[in-house]
Design a protein around this ligand. Structure first.
Ligand SMILES: *[C@@H]1O[C@H](CO)[C@@H](O)[C@H](O)[C@H]1NC(C)=O
Ligand SMILES: *[C@@H]1O[C@H](CO)[C@@H](O)[C@H](O)[C@H]1NC(C)=O
Ligand SMILES: [Zn+2]
Length: 314
């Protein structure tokens, strides 16, 4: 008997779609659009296409481009080795607009992933500026983390590893008719914003959007489980309150198989502080083997002479 590995999420989405159809008449119900459901399915399909992989060897056992590539990520970001040059700031559009809700947060066996829908005005949150070769629309957000006794960011900044690294994946608007997976076949296909999180004993500021996401993590501890994130959430809230004027930028790859070399990286210097009790929730997630999903970061890769640029506040 053939049971698709996709079955769990597929069934859940069908259920959700029915629920949406049933409730469209009730006033105040916010609809999960077909566009959003299709984006979630495409994201899941791309994830499945890369087959089984895990973090047992921090990616050193991954094959193909992951093994042979010369422009791989993550790398060490080091101020004294960077080309500190005049770069325009990253410009954010619709990052202050509420996204269509509810949002769907999924444990895909490798991370907690949330596909981002358009905003309530039907447009997408997008970015340009920096060293980005065009405008890039926000598609999804996910995290990389450590364990109770290790930090888990992918990039290091001046030899420091942080507790968590968040990736907001963007797709070049010139590939608007393609999926994220298809766009990843082009060198200018994707742009990822990297944001470091640091665990702190208590909250210095609220970060309500991030906390709303983290509060749902206990509901997706199992592989292929999903939950909804309700309420008003903007793409900008994902950034906490960091200063976005200081960042590293370089040409690299996805940090998970197939490690496609399609990413213009922008990794911010400034760090989001989150209470440790929020970050702890990530350590309780499980992979497809029901093993703890911990230390979900890939080892540092060789730059192979690639330039790394740094933008300082101007
Ligand atoms: C830094 O980057 C600028 C702009 O690309 C380039 O003109 C310059 O030669 C680079 N400097 C070094 C030291 O690589
Ligand atoms: C990325 O590569 C392209 C093509 O070689 C180059 O024009 C661009 O400056 C590079 N960007 C960065 C951030 O290194
Ligand atoms: Zn990532």
């Amino acid at each position: 008997m053939f049971i698709s590995r996709n079955w769990g999420l597929e069934l859940w989405l069908q259920f959700l779609l029915l629920a949406v159809l049933n409730f469209t008449c009730s006033p105040g119900f916010v609809q999960l659009s077909n566009e959003y459901i299709n984006d979630i399915k495409a994201d899941e399909a791309a994830e499945q296409a890369n087959g089984e992989y895990n973090y047992d060897q921090q990616g050193n056992d991954w094959q193909g481009t992951c093994q042979d590539g010369l422009q791989q990520s993550p790398i060490e970001l080091i101020y004294s080795k960077a080309n500190v040059t005049s770069i325009s700031r990253i410009r954010f559009y619709n990052y202050d607009q509420p996204l269509q809700s509810p949002l769907v947060l999924t444990n895909n066996g490798h991370t907690a992933n949330m596909v981002l829908p358009p905003t309530r005005n039907g447009q997408r949150a997008y970015i340009n500026g920096g060293l980005l070769p065009g405008s890039f629309e926000a598609q999804s957000v996910h995290f990389h983390w450590g364990s109770p006794n290790s930090k888990g960011s992918e990039h290091t900044i001046n030899y420091e590893r942080y507790d968590v690294e968040m990736h907001i994946v963007h797709k070049n608007t010139r590939y608007a008719d393609k999926t994220v997976g298809e766009a990843s076949m082009f060198a200018d296909g994707l742009a990822v914003l990297g944001v470091m999180f640091k665990a702190v004993p208590r909250l210095s500021s609220q970060h309500t959007g991030l906390v709303r996401i983290f509060n749902q993590l206990p509901l997706i501890t199992e592989y292929q489980s999903s939950t909804m994130v309700n309420g008003r959430l903007t793409a900008g809230q994902l950034l906490g309150n960091i200063i976005t004027g200081r960042f590293y930028s370089y040409n690299g790859s996805l940090t998970t198989p197939d490690c496609a070399e399609s990413v213009t990286w922008t990794v911010f210097q400034d760090v989001v502080e989150l209470p440790r009790r929020q970050i702890m929730k990530l350590w309780n997630l499980q992979d497809s083997r029901r093993y703890p999903l911990i230390n979900t970061y890939r080892d540092i890769q060789d730059t192979n002479g690639r330039p790394v640029y740094y933008r300082n506040l101007q």
